[in-house]
Design a protein around this ligand. Structure first.
Ligand code: ADP
Ligand code: MG
Length: 290
């Protein structure tokens, strides 16, 4: 009767948009002690809107947005979509870049009208010791805004601040996990101040920010070594190695194919509460089969 119980559970789950791909790891889901969530697109909507453009040196706001959008139109990152949308709203014309490349986890690089343009993370600017308005940057980040820097020929041309929204379903999910004594953690490539802002909204137990994609996978290994049974939930290509390393990998939303192929469970909706449902379903399924 046991396999029948499992078959019935997984079929029921599938109807609710919870696709179980690995039954062994699904069985282990009832013992999960901590869930690590990706931030952008998982705990937040992943829909950025431009809130501020700060121009530096001889550039004005529309120059900054124009060069940024002309490169970002080539990228599928949520930040890229926000910048392109922001430029369109302001009726800014796009340039045709002569060259384009993406720097995973750091930003983009390209050539526009013979000039080298970079759209990069605060971490990159700090590493290269480029001078910027720290007061302005800190105040934006402390409001939970993601700030990217626009460099033209290695000179700071400006900053673009973008805001995303925390999912209400994420708040409910984390409350439910707390009630079940399951820890909630967040792993993000975004800036630490932004991460702390989100963590406070959601009452998260732990946060690790400013991690590069390969470091996400290492971080999961590290938590596992500490003896904790962990699940990882994410949507991006970036998250795939981390999903593979966790005791339970959960791909969320209509995420990327890579994330879905490596996951033990695929959640059709972008609702973090479905992760809680998986843990509960694992408990009820395997309780029935003493
Ligand atoms: P996340 O963990 O939120 O998915 P990523 O690893 O994709 O973050 O990106 C980390 C950081 O790198 C971003 O917060 C941003 O500063 C920078 N970045 C990544 N992609 C882009 C892009 N297309 N344009 C500008 N900045 C980017
Ligand atoms: Mg993501």
């Amino acid at each position: 009767a046991a396999p029948l119980v499992v078959a019935r559970s997984t079929a029921l789950a599938a109807k609710r948009g919870l696709l179980i791909r690995n039954r062994t790891n699904f069985e282990e889901a009832r013992n999960i002690e901590a869930i690590v969530f990706d931030k952008t697109g998982t705990l937040t909507m992943g829909e950025f809107g431009v809130t501020e453009v700060i121009a530096e040196s001889d550039y004005d706001e529309s120059d900054v947005l124009q060069v940024a959008a002309s490169l970002e139109i080539q990228s599928e990152h949520p930040i890229a979509r926000g910048i392109v949308e922001g430029a369109k709203e302001r009726e800014i014309n796009f340039d045709e870049p002569e060259h384009f490349e993406s720097m995973t986890g750091k930003g983009l690089k390209g050539i526009i009208e013979g000039k080298e343009v970079l759209i990069v993370s605060p971490g990159y600017v700090q590493e290269k010791q480029i001078d910027y308005n720290k007061e302005k940057f800190n105040s934006l980040s402390e409001q939970g805004k993601t700030v990217v820097f626009v460099l033209i020929d290695n000179q700071l041309a400006g900053m673009i601040a973008l805001a995303d929204k925390v999912r209400e379903s994420a708040e409910r999910a984390i409350k439910r996990l707390k009630d079940q004594n399951v820890e909630s953690q967040m792993l993000t490539g975004d800036n630490n101040k932004v991460a702390q802002w989100v963590a406070k909204q959601l009452n998260l137990d732990q946060v690790v920010a400013e991690v590069l994609p390969h470091e996400k996978a290492d971080k999961i290994k590290e938590i596992k070594k500490s003896g904790k049974k962990i699940a990882m939930t994410g949507d991006g290509v970036n998250d795939a190695p981390a999903l593979a390393n966790a005791d339970l990998g959960v791909a969320i939303g209509a995420g990327t194919d890579v994330a879905m192929e490596t996951a033990d469970v695929v959640l059709v909706r972008s609702n973090p509460e479905d992760v809680v449902s998986i843990l509960e379903l694992s408990k009820s399924t395997y309780r029935k089969m003493i």
